[in-house]
Design a protein around this ligand. Structure first.
Ligand code: NAI
Length: 255
């Protein structure tokens, strides 16, 4: 039975991923702030290290899969929390669990990015370079100074995608696959909070994908389960959009 750790397991996309992988025969080690096998706060370095230690204990140090879903949106308490969870809460888990994955059967890891990562100009934001350099203090300080949660969100998703693609190259020799799934709007509590927000609600409502609807968590979970399967063992380092055509609409000549 494959053993897969899933962060953000208590809600939305993460909960759907757990259900789908369980149905496919996986044993799940959920990581979340509550209602999970591993209770941890991924916004702090100490919380991430505690999460890694607990996952290693639950798995006897051998993992077949890791899916990083935990994330916060533009309504998070501050821009610094957005970077801390969405970037460092992912890159630290990937680093800390790599050895366990390398010991697994057909091991595969996956990061939930976002179509927001393609927002023009994000790559020039100084906080992106700070994240990619692993300088958490500087990155969080730059995000607070800018004070634009939607830019911090896009930057966190762009940087975490770059980080995963860089890791994919170095992880290949260990036989551990790593891919990114980039959803558009998906009906979850995170998305609902954005819709209800006085600052961002209008823009979120008006940004409609060509298919004319938002996705549901189960649709994302099916793609995640597909990518985690050894049946598609040659898919590695890919960024897969699942966004109702949003990326194709916004930047048809980039792929
Ligand atoms: P959600 O709010 O339903 O689930 C997120 C989960 O992450 C929650 O269970 C929450 O407790 C957990 N989490 C948040 N901060 C944490 C922390 N500090 N420590 C431990 N766990 C923490 O949200 P949703 O929509 O399911 O989001 C999952 C991922 O999908 C996120 O990375 C999000 O950025 C991404 N995403 C969501 C989209 C959407 O429209 N819903 C679109 C694109 C990407």
């Amino acid at each position: 039975m494959p053993v897969t750790a899933v962060s953000g397991s208590a809600s939305g996309i993460g909960a759907a991923v757990c259900a789908t992988l369980r149905a496919a025969g996986h044993r799940i080690i959920g990581i979340d702030r509550a209602n999970a096998e591993v209770i941890a706060d991924l916004s702090s370095f100490a919380g991430r290290q505690a999460a890694i230690a607990a996952v290693l204990e639950h798995s006897d140090g051998i993992l077949d899969g890791l899916v990083c879903c935990a994330g916060v949106g533009v309504t998070a308490p501050s821009s610094s929390v957005i970077l801390a969870v969405n970037y460092f809460g992912v890159s630290d888990l990937l680093d800390g669990l790599l050895d366990a994955l390398a010991k697994g059967q057909n091991p595969a890891a996956l990061v939930i990015g976002s179509v927001a990562s393609t927002q023009p100009g994000v790559e020039q934001q100084p906080m992106v370079a700070a994240m990619l350099a692993g300088d958490e203090d500087l990155a969080l300080e730059l995000a607070i100074t800018l004070g634009q949660p939607h830019i911090a969100y896009a930057c966190s998703k762009y940087a975490v995608t770059c980080n995963a693609r860089q890791k994919a190259v170095s992880w290949a020799s260990l036989g551990v696959r790593l891919n990114v799934v980039a959803p558009g709007a998906v009906q979850t509590p995170l998305h609902q909070a954005s819709l209800d927000d006085a600052r961002f609600g209008k823009a979120v409502r008006e940004f409609v994908a060509p298919l004319g609807r938002s996705g549901c968590p189960e649709e994302i979970a099916k793609l995640v389960a597909f990518l985690q399967s050894p049946d598609v063992g040659f898919i590695h380092g890919s960024v897969m959009f699942i966004d109702g055509g949003m990326d194709a609409m916004v930047r048809p000549q980039k792929f």
